[in-house]
Design a protein. Structure first.
Length: 519
């Protein structure tokens, strides 16, 4: 987009249209149709743009892929699947389906066939896992869309036409143009906000994602692989695509997600941000029990916002205590809170010179029992680099103040932990708080300087933390500023004397008046 004003106006229009379209369909469910249609349009126009570039280089600048016969198009199927990871016949392109949607009595069946064909185009190839099930949430026969096929097709037509009319720009292979991806993320954020906790589980606010990416990338110039073991919709990984990813087009993105819907959102998000299929590897599975990327480790940067206080098998699974990820601590995270199990998992996957930035539930910083023993292991081995207290109410469905734990292995500068209190660095935005760019910059400056700053930062030796019950709570080390008004006792006493004198004088006058009335 040309500027932030235009982008904000586009977002406002898109959200209004999305709400008008859905009718009685729940917003979090309806997202599949709007976001799925945006993705369908994107991959259609993206492959057309790619083919047009190839034909222009071959001396045919006026070639129009959307207008050619399907039979002719079959000649380039193999090349497109190898280079783009998928293939779409001209008749299956978004623009051609939209043209006849309102006259297509079998639109629901037509769309299903198109989506299956796109996914099937990758079968037996390297991109098969990246395409499989991408449109599975786009349920064209859902009763929520309408009680009859006619009504459902009418709503689907409205969605397709609305998405077709969105001004989402062009030049889809231009890494500076992220309008499709930006629009997708905006809609996910709005749907998550509307859905509350159920939607917030899948989305990390962009300003938090950006802060984590900046922390993980700081003084980490040779990042080749970035990893998120609880990747959700992929917003954390994609912050790297928007920053150092532009400088390093070969950067690889690895993620794992246990929720099928969110797994699909993440893969779609990758495509929409022009991350080619061979540059990302997103897997669907339980990270704590069935890690999918141990053969790809170690990773140069890890960013994650794992689920808070997730219940897991823990010590009930006798195999886990010998798992090489958890065994070094000599104890497992409690069954009621797997937070530090994710932390140990990420530590194992981190390279010697890498950085992991993890959003954590605050209880893991000070709770006793097995969590204390895990903290003790992390501190004694000098793995904890920094702990940052974030403001409250940043996340959807979570009002408490979360924190960021930064882990390093051999890249630490000292045997201490830097504690940063950023709890007051925010701006109110409706019913949520947000980190403005200046707030992020302040946190980064404190992180980079790594020295004491009154009321904001404190560098504490590991031995002192161990003596303090392995407590990693920021409030235990960073002095809180006393914002109470300073009282000048001398001035108060002087004021009291004046008031007493005035009171005595008033009493004398009242007594005189009463005496006169008595006479």
């Amino acid at each position: 987009m040309a500027n932030q004003t235009e982008r904000a106006e586009l977002h406002k229009t898109i959200w209004k249209i999305a709400n008008e379209l859905r009718g009685s369909v729940d917003g979090w469910e309806f997202k599949a149709y709007v976001l799925g249609s945006i993705f369908y349009r994107f991959i259609s126009e993206n492959i057309c743009d790619y083919i047009h570039q190839l034909m222009e280089e071959a001396g045919q600048p006026d070639f129009n892929y959307a207008a050619i016969d399907d039979t002719m198009a079959e000649n380039i199927r193999k090349k497109m699947v190898e280079e783009k990871g998928y293939f779409i016949l001209p008749s299956q392109l978004f623009e051609n389906v939209v043209k006849t949607a309102d006259k297509d009595e079998n639109l629901n069946e037509h769309l299903t066939a198109v989506f299956r064909a796109i996914e099937a185009s990758a079968q037996g190839t390297e991109s098969e896992d990246d395409l499989r099930g991408l449109f599975s949430d786009f349920a064209v026969d859902s009763q929520a869309l309408g009680s009859t096929v006619i009504k459902r097709n009418q709503l689907l037509t409205k969605v397709l036409r609305t998405v077709a009319d969105m001004n989402l720009g062009s030049k889809y292979n231009d890494t500076d143009n992220d309008t499709f991806g930006d629009t997708y993320e905006f809609l996910m954020q709005m749907y998550a906000s509307e859905a509350g906790k159920s939607g917030g589980e899948f989305f990390t606010p962009q300003q938090v994602s950006e802060l984590l990416a900046r922390i993980a990338a700081y003084q980490n110039p040779n990042i080749q692989k970035v990893y998120d073991p609880a990747c959700g919709s992929g917003s954390l990984l994609l912050k790297f695509a928007k920053t150092i990813g532009k400088e390093n087009p070969n950067l690889k993105y690895f993620g794992q997600e246990v929720n099928p819907t969110t797994y699909n959102l993440c893969r779609i998000n990758m495509f929409l941000h022009n991350v080619n299929y061979d540059n990302f590897d997103i897997r669907l599975e339980d990270t704590l029990l069935k890690p999918q990327h141990m053969q790809d480790a170690p990773f140069d940067a890890i960013v994650s916002n794992p689920p808070y206080s997730l219940k897991w098998e823990g010590k009930d699974n006798t195999i886990l205590i010998n798992d090489e990820r958890y065994a070094p601590a000599g104890v497992l995270a409690p069954k009621s809170a797997a937070d530090l199990a994710f932390t140990m998992h990420m530590l194992w996957h981190l390279s010697e010179q890498g950085t992991a930035a993890i959003v954590e539930f605050p209880g893991v910083l000070y709770r006793g029992g097995d969590e204390k023993r895990i903290r003790q292991y992390l501190i004694r081995n000098n793995f904890v680099d920094t702990v940052i207290q974030l403001p409250a109410n940043l996340f959807f469905g979570v009002g408490i103040a979360t924190c960021i734990i930064v882990l390093k292995k051999s890249a630490k500068r000292d045997s201490s932990v830097l504690f940063i209190d950023a709890s007051k660095l925010f701006q109110k935005n409706g019913n949520k708080n947000i980190l403005l760019p200046e707030h992020q910059d302040k946190i980064m400056k404190l992180y980079q300087n790594r020295h004491d700053e009154q009321y904001l930062a404190k560098l504490v030796k590991n031995d002192d933390i161990l003596e303090n019950d392995c407590n990693l709570s920021v409030s235990s080390y960073v002095e809180q500023e006393d914002t109470r008004e300073v009282i000048d006792i001398t001035a108060v006493n002087a004021k009291l004397e004046t008031l007493i004198a005035e009171g005595n004088e008033l009493n004398q006058k009242i007594e005189a008046i009463i005496k006169e009335l008595g006479e």
